[in-house]
Design a protein. Sequence first.
Lengths: 322, 271
Amino acid sequence: MPARTKYELKPGPATREAFGRALVEIGRENPAVVVCDADLSKSTMTAYFAKEFPDRFFSYGIAEANMVAQAAGMAYAGKVPFASSFSAFAVNKGFEQLRVCVAYPRANVKVVGTHSGISIGEDGPSQMSVEETSLACSLPGFVVMAPADEVSTKALVRAAAAYRGPVFIRTGRPKAPLIYNGGRRFEIGKAIELVEGTDVTIIANGLMVAEAIRASDALDQEGVSVRVLDMHTVKPLDREAIRRAAAETGAIVTAEEHMVDGGMGVRVAQVVAETQPCAMEFIGIRDTYAESGKPEELLDKYGLVARNVVAAVRRVLGRKRH
Amino acid sequence: MPKPVAELQALAKVIRRDIIEMIGTAGSGHPGGSLSAVEILVELYFEFMRIDPKNPKWPDRDRFILSKGHACPVLYSVMAEAGFCPKDELNTLRKLGSIYQGHPDIRFLPSLEASTGSLGEGLSLGLGMGLADRLDGRRCRTYVLLGDGEIQEGQVWESAMSGAFHKVDNVVAIVDYNGIQLDGFIHDIMEVKPLADKWRAFGWHTLEIDGHDFASIRKALDEAQATKGQPTCIVAHTVKGKGVSFMENNPKFHGTAPTPAEMELALKELQ
């Protein structure tokens, strides 16, 4: 058996920072790319784009519904608009417009939410987004992604720009550990196997990917062979990777920084039920709103660290059919 | 060359008959707000807009968005009479598989500019198109028809604010000010007065006209086109149910189809 892949998880920039940088690169290559923001460009990092392409940057003030619908209008007229705000505002406040102006006519609009999950920290629940993946996935035809680090965010933002149709990408506020070094190919809807394993699979996305890797390292010490999948695309899911994980490891733990209800995990469970039923556990926010605090304190309190993933693996292994 | 008013008036009568027949045959739909907008759409589609029914997606075309999507019978009829879509299918309105869906649906009728029906969203779409057209140097213009009840939606005012801020002078908002919404008279449900002042306060060049007078509509559209540096709003005073005596100013016919007997009576009036 080949040596287990080791990840150093060195500190890296926030995924929102990677998004902002990627937008500028894409803007240089494609003059049709335009950017819309709702008074948060210094936080969503679309300010980089605004600085280099002021004519292609549109400020909408604090009015997300109008921003999303105008982005749709621009898409109908041939532009490739990226509309950005905090996830909670871009999706939740723009949801009706995402439904009727974007999803229903399948407009070529890219919505990028930053400050997703509870790791935004001190600002508290009104700014935190724990429902938006569920909302976005409920829209027919939408691609929904939650990248884990700088490299994957840049690649998936690029993939979104090249893809024709509606896309939502969720990014985060805090610095994200580096997972990829550039040697991988990122495709919409294709999960990435980060760690090979045979006893159990952890399927994670966003900042939970690093926690999944840490959990797999700890479990490896105990002789548990853990497979780790980066399910960066929540919709459409990589059904084949899920089916294989269920068939080959017989137990799955999902991990996401989102409400369990309507999140990636329950979507994975649907595929498992439809293809290869197996024992599952779900790491995520459990039917509650969080509070103010340091990101690491909140992730610990609300059960989103490696220790919680390890515990879930132990539980699922106890229920696994041998 | 402007068309003789008599010709436009004759067209308006044909459209009104279409509307009554479509909704009467469907057994459901929104006659009142369709009838109030007839002259506005006839003027746009048969005189004012630069459009080509043979090439509906011509990049330099003018665009029309029916933000008050429930009035789609007037749009379908005008588009059919103008040659964008088949006239002989108008009476399939609201039936399964029809290109004439209950609210405008671009998936079924690609020569539409947008799918609408959820109120308050069309002006944002139009402004987005206007900004894209300006970026690309196209001289086309976008016209958005809003209902007076519709402008109770908050998004309308978000879009109004942004249209003036971004100086989107290639977009024209037209408010079909017929004074009635589903539940009754606007002043009983949620007053929108002073309507023109509201648009002025939001930075729009604002005109008030008789929305059934072709010369006034034409003049207002000309003035909108000549107005630079700010978008124009045309507040068109209209009569809900215009042209059918028992539908005029009658809230019942906001969203109720005529019975077969009422349909017959209405068509007789529109001879």
